[in-house]
Design a protein around this ligand. Structure first.
Ligand code: SAH
Length: 328
């Protein structure tokens, strides 16, 4: 029985995140340097001030992984903005029971839910780093006689005719692949509606191009190496590029104010990541640790590493002043 690609990807990633240690297979920005979570924490604190310091305030993270980003942000708040540390009510959107248990070790006071819709109402500050890239996508391929949709059967990719309700994008030459990230779009639409009606700001960081375009971006990683995405479900981490232009359009249609996307390296540089990392390196206690700190920062900032492919997008309630990191 052929399974549609998004259904296969949902099943594969649920199995993968439930059973494996994802961080043995890939490294995310918060795991590279604590300066990442600290500067994002500082950004959130500035936004909270711009919102008029609502208290209590819901602080949510979608797909928090090991909980490292939030631990680094909260440590910073306790030091420089204790009012926010006190006002924050922490909500983690996380489906993996295994990762929930790990998150609980550093955030015993958090609440967990499986969907954004289950976060209680109220002003919200939400972070999502490398969350949307893990959500299932559909893929369509143009053939000489029309569009087909990719499915998975017996560990291999197969094509079936695209359903009648598929509206093909502007014409593409045969062989072109287009992707639809329906779940990422639904998430951003629901999030934007909520920010507009109840207040708040969301910061989305992920990898993908600024402008939408055709192309097969499905990627599978196992042990840090590219793997066969269609082999046994759950044996590798499956992700796809995030279509930032499409998500920005969805958010604007829902009434949210959108900033970005800007390249992650530029955003982090504007927030002072390099200076923060230099201070951490100076206090590292040993030369190897100081050098590791600086190398990690370069990895986050450099255009040929994570500085350019990764983007940052902010979705906001209307009426806030310009946000740090999005203007010169
Ligand atoms: N933000 C973390 C982890 C990124 S990995 C970091 O930067 O290190 C992706 C995260 O999203 C994991 O925590 C995974 O369990 C979670 N996740 C994946 N699909 C999800 C879904 N459909 N709903 C909720 N969480 C999901």
């Amino acid at each position: 029985m052929a399974e549609r690609l998004d259904a296969f990807m949902a099943r594969a990633n649920a199995a993968y995140y439930a059973a494996s240690d994802p961080f043995a297979d890939f490294t995310t920005a918060p795991e590279i340097s604590q300066a990442f979570g600290e500067v994002l924490g500082a950004w959130v604190a500035l936004v909270w001030q711009a919102m008029g310091r609502p208290a209590p305030v819901l602080v949510a993270e979608a797909g928090p992984g090991r909980g490292t980003l939030m631990a680094d942000a909260r440590r910073l708040w306790r030091r420089v903005m204790p009012d926010l540390a006190m006002a924050a009510r922490l909500h983690f959107i996380e489906t993996s029971p295994r990762l929930r248990a790990i998150q609980q070790q550093s955030h015993p006071d958090a609440s967990w839910c499986a969907r954004l819709e289950d976060v209680p109402p109220g002003p919200l500050l939400l972070l999502a780093n490398e969350f949307l890239d893990a959500l299932p996508i559909r893929q369509f391929v143009r053939r000489a006689d029309g569009w087909r949709e990719y499915h998975v059967a017996d560990g291999a990719r197969v094509e079936l005719p695209a359903p009648p309700d598929f509206t093909a994008p502007a014409d593409h030459p045969p062989g072109s692949v287009v992707e639809q990230a329906t779940l990422a779009g639904d998430f951003v639409a629901a999030l934007s509606r909520r920010l507009v009606t109840q207040g708040g700001v969301a910061l989305i960081l992920d990898y993908g191009p600024e402008a939408s375009g055709p192309g097969d971006s499905l990627q599978a990683l196992r042990g840090g190496r590219p793997a066969d995405p269609f082999a046994e479900a759950g044996s590798a981490d499956l992700t796809a590029h995030v279509d930032f232009a499409a998500l920005a359009a969805i958010a604007r249609a829902a009434g949210a104010v959108v900033h970005g996307p800007v390249p992650q390296g530029l955003f982090l540089a504007r927030l002072g990541l390099a200076q923060r990392a230099e201070r951490l390196a100076a206090a590292a206690g040993s030369l190897p640790r100081a050098l590791a700190q600086l190398a990690g920062t370069r990895r986050l900032l450099e255009p040929d590493q994570m500085g350019r492919l990764f983007k940052v997008l902010a979705l906001c309630q209307p009426g806030l002043p310009a946000l740090e990191g999005f203007t010169d």
